[in-house]
Design a protein around this ligand. Structure first.
Ligand code: AKB
Length: 326
């Protein structure tokens, strides 16, 4: 990777990934691709080049690839699962049409492409515990349908045209920098904000709803390490299960209460998010990623919680009490 274009660079993953890539490969070598209405701000804007790249506009992708001599594209444009159910046509246009546009430019210009898949690529008929790498993928959300289509289309372009496509299936991602917006796993970010703001958290999912989650630093490392992996070792490409922790609302709530004993949570269920979460795996088996490119997470629920609370305390300028069990 020398010259990188991040499409969707101002979103939850993109805003942090772009900065990390700039740190690794040089600020001038990583282009922040954004759409009007989601302009980069602050350090993201000031630290390197930025271009309007709407993934539904193939010419904008091609022009930016030509202008900067791009060899690697991180395609992070997507509508998350819950919001996609409200706008299924747009979810398809961005998730599948946008990926097709990106792959076509990559085929013509010889770029490698990273496109994340998700735990949302699985459905109710998938084995839910320790979901295997290769298993049934019959999702019932439009988000999941776009993700499975994306996995297959990316593998097709690798096989048929030799495009270097690679991907991981992200769990719910938790970070204190940019809010997710529109996902089923968002509660696991919102709960930390409520705790630090001193608010009672209204949990949209019922107790016992287990899903895989991951702290953003591990997710960013996964996205970079898969693109740096030795291709001769990759038997799978699109897409690898990755995992670091699985919990339900009670477990994360009780973990936060170890550090903030007065924190309160109530249940206020969101039927759409509950139905989506129920159709997704409880936990993924990431053995293939560990074997083929050395994937290993660094954060667990406890270390993530300490880091989230400390950083949100700075961000939101609030006091967090010392851990009661330390
Ligand atoms: C969502 O909840 O839609 C995403 C995901 C798990 O892909 N965070």
């Amino acid at each position: 990777m020398k010259n990188i274009l991040v499409i969707g660079a101002t979103g939850q993953i993109g805003s942090e990934l772009t900065m990390k890539l700039r740190g690794l490969y040089g600020p001038d070598n990583v282009v922040c691709g954004y759409i009007p209405g989601a302009e980069p701000k602050g350090v993201l804007l000031e630290s390197g080049p930025a271009e309007i790249v709407d993934i539904t506009n193939p010419q904008q992708i091609a022009d930016t690839v030509n202008k900067y001599g791009i060899d690697t594209i991180y395609n992070l444009a997507a509508l998350l699962s819950a919001v996609a159910e409200a706008r299924p046509q747009l979810a398809w246009k961005i998730g599948v049409g946008g990926l097709y546009n990106t792959l076509e430019v990559a085929r013509e210009k010889g770029c490698a492409v990273f496109t994340p898949s998700s735990i949302g690529s699985f459905g109710p008929s998938t084995p839910h515990v320790k979901t295997p790498q290769d298993t049934i993928q019959r999702p019932e959300t439009i988000y999941g349908v776009t993700k499975v289509t994306g996995e297959m289309l990316s593998d097709y372009y690798a096989r048929r045209f030799g495009v270097d496509t690679r991907s991981v299936r992200f769990p719910g991602l938790i970070s204190y920098t940019t809010l997710p917006g529109g996902g089923t796993t968002d509660y696991a970010v919102d709960i930390y904000y409520s705790a630090v703001k001193g608010e009672t958290f209204k949990c949209p999912l019922k107790p016992g709803t287990f899903m895989d989650m991951m702290y953003m630093p591990d997710a960013l490392r996964a996205a970079i390490e898969i693109m740096e992996a030795d291709p001769t070792k990759l038997h799978h490409r699109n897409s690898f299960n990755i995992a670091s922790m699985s919990f339900d609302p009670e477990i994360i709530y009780n973990k936060i209460r170890e550090y903030m004993p007065d924190f309160k949570m109530e249940y206020e269920l969101d039927p759409l998010r509950q139905a989506i979460a129920d159709s997704w795996p409880d936990s993924l088996d990431d053995t293939c990623a560990r074997q083929e490119w050395g994937w290993k997470p660094e954060f667990d629920l406890d270390s993530m919680t300490q880091d989230m609370l400390a950083n949100l305390k700075i961000k939101l300028n609030k006091e967090v009490s010392e851990p009661v069990h330390a």
